[in-house]
Ligand binder design. Structure first.
Ligand code: NAD
Length: 497
């Protein structure tokens, strides 16, 4: 494959139309090679001006001992071309391996994952013929930080990290996207009735940013009932912006109810690079059988063509694809009852045969020439506030299940110390003082230590406390400072009720 000397910069206009754009391509695992082959054949036939640079990621690379499924020279290619068309890869089960998808998205700062989920009724069976929803998923934070620990015999934990700059970026991107694409509403999905600090921050930032877009309706939904509403009446939604994990789940739900998870394309956008892929995974049981639907990856590639300034080719491919659906030609996953599905290769041939045609019933797409990619919002630093320490939560591995006995041991250990035990919880439920005997307790305890009255805590008080606990043989596995910012507590009250 040719390697161009003129790298394309993500987030800027593409090069002049005739200049081939260097693009990194990976064929992935499972059905990946088949759907990538089909996609590249269609792009080639449509006149896409690409210099394809292939890298290998996935199973074979994991097997060579690279724990993230990607090799150093692949990073060089990605950093050079800044545009990546990627087929799905299989993430090995078990510890010691990291998802190459998540690693690539996060390492190259692709903070926004854009997943349009559109119904193509009556040509693709769906209960929701009017559906046209775009999920904008935060791509770098949340539980996908991948910071997990086993702390006791019985308890593991995963840290959910949500940052103010991360929220601002993704929410602003969602509103900019809505404005650019003539959409009228952005709905924010969180679970801030339970996670008041993390999801609460996402919600508050959404409200603040929404005020800058008075032309767009802003709406909030709790993610559980919101997902139920999305599955029931998706036509009530337009653009949805949501933290990482909810976005992952929601976009599979949305793609599936639109017609098939095999139909959804996905763009991962960042300041330094952009990656285009299908929503779905590598579907190992379908691999090598010429039955997989190449449409998700093809629509991802259409988004890539728009991104690199080849909107003419994007339009030709997308309209040929719609015309193919209208002709009743589909793969098995979306076949109408009584229809006779075709294989991956034949579907690709059918799209190629229809290049230059426009759909008659489904709305034809039109991608304006010369449109700049959306500007990536800056990740601005947040305001500095006065931070004070109100105490510390100490997490213990303690096998005796009696909270009152633990409280007595803690009181003995901290006798005379500045910090005194105020409350014990087990999996977030208060068990001392005044716990209920019915509460099930594990071997993982959170003890809140605070000074008498409103005394200020210092790090030296925490160190003194930990020395005392250690001398008493109490196995602390983690501490969390209790901080207030400008006088407002930055920690949950921990009653668990
Ligand atoms: P999957 O998306 O591969 O499959 C889910 C279901 O959808 C299966 O029934 C499958 O047959 C069907 N399906 C998926 N794509 C299809 C297509 N193009 N045509 C027809 N049917 C299709 O999800 P999974 O089984 O949970 O995951 C399999 C592997 O893929 C796992 O290792 C997972 O980690 C990986 N994965 C990768 C990505 C990615 O590379 N972006 C995304 C999700 C999952």
């Amino acid at each position: 494959m040719t390697v161009s000397q003129q790298p394309h910069v993500a987030g800027t206009a593409g090069p002049p139309a005739a200049v081939p754009v260097p693009v990194t391509v990976a064929r992935g695992d499972g059905i990946g090679p088949e759907i990538m082959d089909c996609t590249l054949r269609i792009l080639d036939a449509a006149g896409a001006r690409l210099n394809v640079e292939e890298i290998q990621i996935g199973e074979a690379v994991y097997a060579r001992g690279h724990t993230a499924g990607i090799e150093p020279d692949a990073w060089e290619s990605l950093r050079r071309t800044r545009v990546f068309l990627k087929a799905p890869v299989t993430t090995p089960q078990g510890g010691g391996f990291k998802s190459s998808n998540v690693t690539i998205r996060k390492s190259l700062g692709m903070f926004a994952n854009v997943r349009p989920c559109v119904a193509y009724a009556p040509f693709v069976p769906t209960r929701h013929p009017g559906m046209d929803v775009v999920i904008v998923r935060e791509n770098e934070e949340d539980l996908y930080a991948g910071i997990e620990h086993r702390q006791t015999d019985e308890v593991t934990q995963c840290l959910k990290l949500i940052s103010r700059p991360g929220c601002e970026r993704i929410v602003r991107y969602a509103f900019d996207y809505a404005r650019r694409h003539g959409r009228s509403k952005v709905t924010c999905f969180t679970k801030d009735n339970i996670m008041k600090l993390t999801d609460g921050l996402f919600h508050r930032v959404f409200d603040t940013v929404a005020a800058d877009y008075p032309d767009i309706t802003a709406e909030q939904c709790i993610v559980d009932i919101g997902t139920a509403r999305l599955a029931d009446t998706p036509e009530d939604f337009d653009v949805i912006v949501t933290p990482n994990l909810y976005g992952d789940v929601l976009s599979d739900v949305a793609a599936q109810i639109a017609g098939s998870v095999g139909l959804g394309g996905s763009a991962n956008i960042g300041e330094h690079a952009a990656m285009f892929e299908a929503i779905h995974g590598s579907a190992p049981p379908l691999a090598g059988r010429d039955v997989a639907n190449p449409s998700g990856l093809l629509l991802g590639a259409v988004m890539m063509l728009v991104h690199i300034g080849q909107s003419d080719v994007a339009e030709r491919v997308h309209n040929a694809w719609l015309t193919t659906l209208e002709a009743g030609i589909t793969t098995a996953d979306v076949a109408t009852s009584g229809g006779s599905p075709v294989g991956t290769r034949a579907f690709g041939d059918a799209v190629i045969d229809r290049l230059g045609q426009r759909p008659a019933t489904l709305p034809a797409v039109s991608y304006p020439a010369g449109q700049q990619p959306l500007t990536v919002p800056p990740a601005a630093a947040g305001p500095r506030q006065v931070k004070t320490m109100d105490g510390v939560d100490v997490f213990l591995h303690h096998r005796d299940r009696d909270p009152n006995a633990l409280a007595a041991a803690l009181s003995r250990a901290s006798e005379g110390a500045w910090l005194q035990p105020r409350m014990i919880t087990n999996r977030g439920v208060k068990v001392w003082p005044d716990g209920l005997p019915e509460t099930f307790c594990t071997d993982h305890w959170r003890v809140r230590f605070q000074a008498p009255g409103s005394g200020v805590t210092r790090r030296s008080h925490v160190l003194d406390l930990l020395h005392r606990l250690d001398r008493a043989g109490l196995d602390f596995v983690k501490t969390e400072g209790l901080y207030s910012f400008d006088g407002e507590p930055g920690y949950s009250l921990g009653q668990g009720q």
